[in-house]
Structure formats: C-alpha cells, structure tokens
Design a protein around this ligand. Structure first.
Ligand code: FAD
Length: 287
C-alpha cells in the first residue's frame, strides 16, 4: 500500500544528513549505494518510515593520499574506484586486490566503501584488510568528528561502533611500513562471486637476515562474527613455525557455521590458508 511506502529524504550536505539522523532516529534507514538495503527492504527485514539517502551529498566520494602518506577513502566512493585507483594499486596493491574481488562487477560499481563496512556482515572481504592495515573510520555526529580504529569498529553481526546519530565519512589507511608486503587470500565455498567462507589478509615485514620475519600481522575474516587480528614477531620462515602460527590463529577464532562451511571446516581453512597467505605476501613484492 502507498501509505506504507517509505518517504525519501535526500540531504545535500552532511550537516543536513546528521540533523536528519538526530531528528528521525531509528525511523530512518541510511542508504548509500543501496545494494544491501534494497535486499533488506525487498525481503521485509526492514520497513523504514524514511529512507535517508546520501547520494546527493558532494565531497565524500574522493580518494586521496595526504602529505604524511595516509590514504583516505571517502565513505561514498565505489568499491570499483578503490580497485582501480592508480595510487592504491601502486602503494596498497593488496588492498586494491581485495576491493577488486568483492562480489561481482555490478555490486562493485554500485556498492560503497562506507556501506560495505557499515553493514558489518561477517562474510565480507574489506574488513579483514582494513583491520590488518590498521585503518581507522572517521565518523561525524552532532558533536563533531571522531576516529574509530578498525579493531574497535566491528562489534558483532551487523553491529558497529557508529552511534545512531552518526555517519561514516571516510576510512583512513596509514602508509605501509618500509619493506612490508601484503596479500589477501579469499576462499569461496560455492561460486567465485560468492561472499568469502574465509578471508586471510597477511602483512609481513621481512628482516635483514634471510628466512626471518620481523613482524607478521594477520587478519582473519568471514569465519567469526567480527574479523580477528593476531600478530607475531621474529618468526622463522619454515613450514613448522608457519604451521604453529596458523594453529594459533585457528584456536583464536570462535568459528561460525553457515551454508558456506561448518565451524570445523573454517578452523581447518584457517590452518591451511595462513601459511599460504604469508608466503604469497612474500612472493608478491612490496605492498
Ligand atoms: C549479491 C551480493 C554479493 C556480495 N558479495 C560480497 C563479497 O563477496 N564480499 C564482500 O565484502 N561483500 C559482498 N557483498 C556486500 C557488498 O559489498 C555490500 O552490499 C556493499 O558494499 C554495501 O554498500 P552500499 O553502498 O550498497 O550499502 P547500502 O546498502 O546503501 O548500506 C549498507 C548499510 O550501511 C549503512 N550505511 C551506508 N553508508 C553509511 C554511512 N556513510 N554511514 C553510516 N551508515 C551507512 C546503511 O544504513 C546500511 O545499514 C555482496 C552483496 C551482494 C548484494
């Protein structure tokens, strides 16, 4: 019935959008690219009175590198924009690779960087990468801007640290350490376009001497309610040590069972994929 159709609000400034958040509270559902929200509404899982669309707010779809070397991804930039951006391909190539294998081209052309992290679906790719790269989310509300480190951003299934009157404006990724290398391994259990059954993002920092890693930072995504980060220092690069590290990762997660795989399967995946992700990062070269 027409009377049940949501009203669209399309603010043209961020302040106006935040004011609408304050005014409408839970009655309004924020929409960026709409790839996820549309499904929620179509399936009757959300019946918002108001749709608060961000699509007319200029200035939040840019990608920039600051003089300090930090990468800023505007909340409204499309997943495709990240995957194809020359600066990201040059200095954060593993991150560009992650955005380039989310879903399929149609979703990547429509879905936004902000929408991907704000939906907080555990079976997503970018969250693990952003966690391993020590990124932070910039959010703005009626009392100003604050930064939320990615390790504090995801609270659980479909739950983030963003307050009901706030909006995500950007994600900031620090520069990679000199000599650091990274790689993302996505494992899909059904089709290549599927959401991940497990995703491992590895950042490694080789030491001066051969066969030693100064530091390893691994984020494990899509296996538990939120992505999990673990780190190790002074790792000898041999099969036994990498298997031990993978074992630590596998025991540190509380795996989910779903259509893509059982909890035991996911633990086994983590054991198998962590060493592969580390070796692939080393083979990939810088960034
Ligand atoms: C068929 C399909 C396959 C997919 N496969 C994958 C996959 O393989 N890997 C993967 O990582 N993801 C996958 N996804 C998820 C996809 O990446 C997201 O749907 C998309 O990135 C969401 O972006 P959006 O702009 O469309 O968000 P929307 O649908 O507009 O919004 C998503 C959520 O974020 C909130 N939101 C959006 N922007 C903001 C903001 N700036 N501030 C506060 N809240 C905000 C909305 O209120 C909503 O709750 C898939 C989705 C579909 C439909």
């Amino acid at each position: 019935m027409d009377s049940e159709r949501p009203i669209w609000r399309r603010p043209t400034t961020l302040d106006e959008a935040i004011a609408a958040r304050v005014e409408l509270g839970d009655a309004a559902l924020v929409v960026a690219g709409g790839t996820w929200v549309t499904l929620l509404i179509q399936q009757g899982l959300a019946r918002p009175a108001v749709i608060l669309s961000l699509d007319r707010i200029p200035g939040f779809d840019g990608i920039a590198v600051s003089p300090e070397g930090e990468l800023s991804l505007g909340a409204l930039c499309r997943l495709t924009d990240v995957a194809r951006n020359p600066a990201i391909r040059a200095d954060w190539s593993a991150l560009a690779d992650v955005y380039g294998i989310v879903a399929n081209e149609r979703i990547r052309n429509q879905g936004t960087v902000g929408g991907n992290v704000c939906e907080a679906d555990y079976a997503s790719d970018p969250p693990a990468a952003l966690l391993a790269l020590d990124a932070r989310a910039l959010v703005r509300g009626p009392s100003g801007e604050r930064a939320i480190p990615m390790r504090d951003f995801f609270r659980g299934h479909y739950e983030t640290a963003i307050a009901p009157d706030e909006l995500l404006t950007a994600i900031v990724v620090p520069p990679m350490s000199i000599g650091a290398r990274a790689h993302y391994l996505k494992f899909t259990a059904r089709s290549s376009e599927d959401r991940p059954c497990a995703g491992i993002f590895a950042v490694v920092e080789p030491a001066a001497e051969d066969r030693v890693l100064k530091r390893v930072r691994i984020a494990i995504g899509a296996v538990s309610a939120t992505p999990i980060l673990f780190e190790a220092v002074n790792i000898e690069l041999n099969d036994g040590r990498l298997a031990d590290l993978a074992g630590e990762g596998a025991t540190s997660i509380d795996p989910i069972a779903d259509l893509r795989g059982s909890a035991a399967y996911r633990r086994a995946l983590v054991r198998a994929l962590v060493p592969r992700a580390i070796r692939a990062a080393l083979a990939d070269g810088a960034a």
